[in-house]
Design a protein around this ligand. Structure first.
Ligand code: CTP
Length: 400
């Protein structure tokens, strides 16, 4: 069966260009299913899109008999891309907030394929801080955009907000369709979050890791059709849909969970902030204040990543992280060599707003040939995308 793209069409004067977008996807061998907002269906009859796509355009499945909306929502799981073109300020705002008051926006919440948005609106609406904030929110959740250009707008003025050219939208969409299968058949093992080392049954040593970077990597790997296992220390995050989820607490538990699965993995990414120390002795019952003399003895915990590096298969890709406060690149290069890694992702944990327990990250990635790639400050999901792009490049070089 041909791969399918769902094309969401909302009510902009540039709606006529959606026909060319539709045809562009068809020329690339994709089936197209069109979803229109009600306002869009007032500008152009859905029949035009049904005729071009040779499938029925969906406007309001809630009005259909016999469970139309459920059947159409199932489509959200089967598609390789959800492309919204043109996307109005209103649709973008609703997507950013998770408002689901019509079929197009309801459908969006059920999609786990890549999502591409091509905005079209007048310049004032496009440049409005609310619209820009909504676009940023969607980008940080992994949605990609084809930026509108400058040109003659329906309001009879030149300005930003003109729908990108259909060829540019189709090209961006096809790149996402390819990426949505780029790790098909690959097993990806990711560790995330902190570990805990117990002093007694209620007290532990841990760190500020939120798990967000590892969970974002898992979401990104899933969107590329990988088989994902996520081994996570205690976090406040929801397990990703469709991944094997292995919750652990201590470093020893993480080592056992990761170690037994690493042999079969094509890609292993240690994003967890494993405690470097454990208590030399752990009490079996809660210690009373009175019995505590103020001293605890710590011992080094096993370095899981170093163990994985020693046992690494030559065709597998091993990625580590380096949390540094100074001499970030030098320290990272030393860790890459010492732990036999294919890629190290280093971040400056002393910098404000990035790294530990933050929404954003800014990293430098160094591969085994010493090549360094520096990113700007981006959401962890976007950083996850850049990391997996590097990993895929390394995997490609290894299979040559
Ligand atoms: N790591 C691990 N097991 C440990 C400690 C760390 O597997 N006991 C992994 C982390 O998941 C990360 C990488 O090693 O991918 C780097 O961790 P980091 O704490 O930055 O560096 P260390 O190697 O522990 O070195 P140092 O504390 O000296 O900076």
């Amino acid at each position: 069966m041909a791969e399918t793209v769902a094309l969401g069409v909302s009510s902009s004067v540039s709606i006529y260009k959606a026909c060319e977008v539709l045809r562009g996807f068809q020329k690339n061998g994709l089936e197209v299913r069109v979803l229109m907002t009600r306002n869009a269906s007032r500008m152009v009859a859905p029949l035009l899109f049904s005729a071009l796509a040779r499938t029925q355009t969906v406007v309001d499945p809630f009005a259909e008999e016999s469970g139309g909306s459920i059947a159409h929502i199932e489509l959200a799981r089967e598609i390789s891309l959800f492309c919204v073109a043109p996307a109005t300020a209103n649709v973008i705002a609703k997507m950013a907030r998770g408002v689901a008051d019509d079929f197009l926006t309801t459908f969006y919440l059920a999609v786990d394929a890549p999502v591409l948005v091509a905005p079209a609106m007048n310049e004032a609406m496009f440049l409005h801080p609310r619209t820009q904030a909504n676009i940023r929110a969607l980008k940080s959740a992994g949605v990609e955009f084809v930026e509108p250009g400058r040109g003659y707008l329906a309001c009879r003025a030149e300005g930003w907000g003109r729908l990108a050219d259909p060829e540019a939208i189709v090209a961006a969409g096809m790149a996402l369709v390819r990426r949505s299968r780029s790790l098909a058949g690959k097993r990806v093992l990711i560790s995330a979050g902190p570990t805990r080392e117990y002093l007694d049954p209620v007290r532990f040593l841990s760190n500020r890791s939120s798990g967000k970077m590892g969970f974002a990597l898992a979401a990104e790997a899933l969107s590329r059709s990988a088989e994902v296992t996520l081994v996570a220390g205690p976090t406040a995050l929801l397990p990703p849909f469709r991944a094997e989820f292995v919750p652990v607490e201590t470093g020893a538990e993480m080592e056992a969970a990761v170690g037994s699965r690493a042999k079969d993995a094509d890609i292993v990414i240690m994003a967890a902030a494993v405690c470097d120390f454990r208590f030399r002795e752990t009490a079996g019952r809660k210690l009373k204040k009175g019995e505590f003399d103020g001293r605890v003895e710590l011992a080094a915990a096993p370095d899981i990543l170093a163990g994985l590096g020693r046992a690494k298969r030559s065709d597998a890709v091993l990625v580590g992280f380096a949390a540094e406060t100074d001499r970030v690149e030098d320290n990272a290069r030393a860790k890459l060599r010492a732990k036999n890694l294919d890629l190290i992702v280093a971040n400056d944990v002393a910098a404000k707003g990035v790294g530990f327990d933050a929404e954003d990250n800014q990293v430098v990635m160094i591969d085994a040939d010493g090549r360094a790639v520096r990113t700007e400050r981006l959401s962890k999901r976007e950083i996850g995308r850049l990391i997996l792009d590097e990993v895929e490049a390394i995997l490609g070089r290894k299979s040559r």
